[in-house]
Design a protein around this ligand. Structure first.
Ligand SMILES: *[C@@H]1O[C@H](CO)[C@@H](O)[C@H](O)[C@H]1NC(C)=O
Length: 339
């Protein structure tokens, strides 16, 4: 027992020393590269900060309305504030996650969406170019019309809704102001959510859990993608691009399971051993009340695959359990799956 106690004390002294060294190192030499993550309070931004934190990076995360301690509050549509942010933080890399990504919201508020998705992107890209920072813009499969999948990086975009148009315009502004920019197009995302309604994927949990008859779309082919994977791709892509100036331009990344919302709902129910016979596949195209969506905007990700970034594929059913278990009423999941 005494021996064990001695070991523990020795260990904590050792850890204390490591901590001091880290503080001194960051103040005196600051050898770790700095990444600025915009939208750091959002679904993707949170995963992005976690990913870079787990590696040798110093993170500057910015959010707007939801900014919390450790994160800087910055309205990206305020030019003076953005200029100040960049001159204060001097990032080596900017990962621009902040966007209005809800197609129906963009349809109703196109100008507010353009301010963030297009104009803020143009400003950040020009400041990145002026300071020599690497700029990574997160874009979407909705730049394509979905009639002729899978889509390569050079295939002609033809967005069907205002959201897709604004993100495509954002891509063009990024490349116009910062020709060495990286663009990563990703499809619908899910991940660790603060509420299930935060992602169009985890939102389906409400239908699964209620056990009331609900019709789910079974026409649009989706490729639900885990934010942790996207974040891992972004970090490794940035690290590669910092070493290799030929790694520039547009890349695609996507989960590899094709599913409609109906199929996602059934897969969630199965993953949690819940009934799914209250879920009804809706095979009619949705009414034109909401923003038009592509029928199948599958991304061809071969350009990214050729970089061999070492991203291991995950399955929807295991990843979705990790994201949804905090919202399940069944405590078994808390005990058996994660402890
Ligand atoms: C994806 O793109 C690569 C490179 O352009 C091409 O060789 C391949 O055939 C494409 N795959 C599909 C399924 O279209």
């Amino acid at each position: 027992m005494f021996y064990l106690g001695f070991n523990v004390n020795f260990m904590s002294l050792f850890l204390f020393k490591i901590k001091c060294v880290c503080v001194v190192r960051s103040v005196m030499m600051d050898p770790s590269p700095r990444v600025l993550v915009t939208g750091a309070t959002g679904l993707l931004g949170r995963a992005m900060c976690k990913e870079f934190e787990g590696s040798d990076w110093t993170i500057i995360g910015t959010g707007n309305s939801r900014a919390k301690p450790r994160l800087l509050s910055c309205d990206l549509t305020d030019e003076a504030a953005v200029r100040r942010l960049l001159s204060d933080s001097k990032p080596h890399v900017i990962v621009h996650c902040a966007a209005e990504r809800r197609p129906d919201v963009v349809e109703r508020h196109p100008e507010a969406a353009a301010n963030l998705n297009v104009h803020a992107t143009a400003l950040l890209a020009s400041l990145a170019a002026a300071s020599g920072a690497l700029f990574l813009y997160i874009s979407t499969d909705y730049v394509f019309d979905g009639r002729n999948p899978p889509y390569g990086e050079d295939d002609a975009p033809n967005p069907l809704n205002v959201y897709g148009k604004s993100k495509l315009q954002g891509e063009r502004e990024a490349l116009r102001h910062c020709p060495g920019a990286l663009i990563l197009r990703v499809p619908v995302l899910y991940g660790e959510v603060t509420s299930v309604t935060e992602s169009a994927v985890t939102c389906l949990w409400l239908n699964v859990e209620s056990e009331e008859i609900s019709a789910l779309d079974h026409t649009q082919q989706k490729f639900p993608t885990d934010t942790r994977q996207v974040a891992a791709v972004c970090r490794r892509l940035c690290e590669r691009a910092r070493q290799d100036s030929s790694v520039r331009g547009v890349f695609h990344f996507s989960g590899n399971e094709q599913m409609t919302k109906y199929q996602m709902g059934v897969a969630m129910a199965q993953a949690f051993d819940l009934p799914s016979n209250h879920l009804i596949p809706l095979t009619e195209q949705p009414a034109a009340a909401s923003a038009h969506r592509p029928i199948n905007s599958q991304l061809n990700c071969s350009r990214l695959q050729l970089l061999n970034l070492g991203i291991e594929p995950t399955t929807f059913s295991s990843s979705i359990v990790e994201c949804l278990w905090p919202f399940t009423a069944d405590r078994r999941w808390r005990q058996t799956v994660f402890h």
